[in-house]
Design a protein around this ligand. Structure first.
Ligand SMILES: Cc1cc2nc3c(=O)[nH]c(=O)nc-3n(C[C@H](O)[C@H](O)[C@H](O)COP(=O)(O)OP(=O)(O)OC[C@H]3O[C@@H](n4cnc5c(N)ncnc54)[C@H](O)[C@@H]3O)c2cc1C
Length: 405
């Protein structure tokens, strides 16, 4: 249960500091997943004193249970695409500044394929409008598909190549950005669960309440992904974030036969849909370690962790349709994770005027790895009182309040 949000000050008399946390950091970032790590890195680089807290170890949430695609290809024109383009640029810069091999940054590019001519026409239409927003696209006819992916099924209608799509290993990437934050003075404390917040007499945030004691601070960033709804309520500034389950099937290691992130045209529609029931579309990619990752399923079943063999069978069948050679390859494991889902599929990023001092950076659904760099950049700008690099109103936490009114 949330602790009382009473109008009292920061540190109360007799309260002790939390071990390993400086007396009153400029900002406490809640969540040591990919998004929290990016917020920490950019905020620390901006010269703020930063403390990151997580109730578990680092990458205990969705970051440790997903894939690491950084995609512009699956975004329709609109605020999410603008965020993705900014993120793509920032990830490329991070790759130049940090050690890209340490988080397996790979500019592998995406290849979206269509089975039918109608499907291909829709893909080309999307590519044209994305191109107008600055996405680089290349139409690929059926004859040229084998030049991109020699093992694709021979009867596909064609596709679109997206050279800007990148890939990282998400756990290593989050660890790398947390290391970068620490190199810029940030502290990272695990095993600290946020239970509430304390406000001053003006209603402004004064301290974060945790299982190990209060942390006085004037700013917190809610970077708790799928738990962003629960934590935002504890902070007194609720936003609606729900889990959307997804499975990934992992094959035995193979020679690097699949070069790009390859996915079927239906994937874009599935990403944008609000269906509660099961949706699957083929997403296949090779990795440096040789395993092939096969997704993607989406369903809203709460935090149910039960492994579903029928879902895995469907993923395997769809992947084999794209790459027939996978039929003779063994799957060695499967895992599941929960995408942080907001009803309008957009993340919540920025200050929450309902509780001055509270900022949100959560609800990125199936794109939190990709969008983390831009999110961290925008949050650091907001904390430092700077102009954001792109328009942020679509990500406002107040959009749900206005909808509900
Ligand atoms: C199957 C699958 C495939 C995916 N593939 C991709 C992909 O290819 N590309 C992509 O961009 N995205 C992908 N995603 C989505 C991506 O994984 C998430 O959007 C992203 O990991 C969210 O990161 P986060 O830092 O916001 O949240 P998380 O990684 O979940 O981190 C939140 C942290 O908050 C902590 N926390 C929660 N409550 C509290 C509390 N009360 N106090 C303190 N700490 C707390 C948790 O312990 C956790 O460590 C995929 C997801 C799934 C499930």
């Amino acid at each position: 249960m949330p602790e009382v949000l009473g109008p009292v000050g920061g540190r109360q008399s007799g309260e002790r500091t939390v071990r390993g946390v400086s007396a009153s950091p400029d900002v406490v970032i809640i969540g040591a997943g990919m998004v929290g790590a990016a917020c920490a890195s950019y905020a620390a680089r901006a010269g703020l004193t930063v403390t990151v807290v997580d109730r578990g170890p680092i990458v205990a949430g969705s970051t440790g249970a997903g894939e690491g695609n950084i995609l512009v290809s699956d975004k329709e024109p609109g605020p999410e695409l603008e965020l993705a383009l900014l993120s793509q640029r920032l990830w490329t810069e991070l790759g130049e500044e940090l050690d890209p091999a340490s988080f397996e940054l790979e500019p592998k590019g995406g290849l979206v394929v269509a089975e039918t001519l109608d499907g291909l026409r829709s893909l080309y239409d999307l590519a044209i409008v994305q191109g107008a927003r600055g996405v680089r696209t290349m139409a690929v006819d059926a004859e040229s598909l084998p030049h991109y992916e020699p093992h694709l099924a021979p009867d596909l209608a064609g596709g679109v190549h997206y050279p800007q799509d990148l890939q990282v290993q998400p756990m290593l990437a989050a660890a790398c950005l947390l290391r970068d934050a620490r190199a810029h003075g940030a502290q990272v404390r695990t095993g600290v669960e946020v239970t509430g917040a304390r406000r001053d007499s003006n209603g402004r945030l004064a301290a974060l309440l945790t299982n190990v004691g209060p942390i006085p601070t004037e700013s917190v960033v809610n970077a708790t992904g799928t738990w962003g709804g629960e934590v935002s309520a504890r902070l007194g500034a609720p936003v609606p974030v729900l889990p959307r389950r997804g499975f990934v099937l992992v094959t035995e290691p193979l020679p690097r036969l699949i070069r790009h992130k390859v996915y079927a045209a239906e994937y874009v529609a599935n990403v944008a849909s609000s269906e509660e029931g099961l949706e699957t579309s083929a997403v296949v990619e090779g990795t440096d370690s040789g395993t092939v990752l096969i997704g993607a399923s989406r369903e809203r079943v709460g935090f149910d962790r039960t492994l579903s063999v029928p879902v895995l069978q469907r993923l395997a069948a769809q992947a084999t349709r794209l790459f027939p050679m996978l039929a003779s390859v063994s799957a060695i494991r499967a895992y599941r994770g929960f995408r942080p889902y907001c009803p309008d599929h957009l993340p919540v990023i920025g200050a929450d005027p309902r509780v001055p001092g509270v900022y949100h950076a959560c609800g990125h659904e199936g794109a939190g790895i990709g969008l983390s760099a831009a999110t961290g950049h925008l949050i650091a700008a907001a904390l430092a009182g700077k102009e954001p690099e792109i328009a942020v109103s679509a990500f406002s936490p107040l959009r749900f309040v206005e909808e509900a009114a």
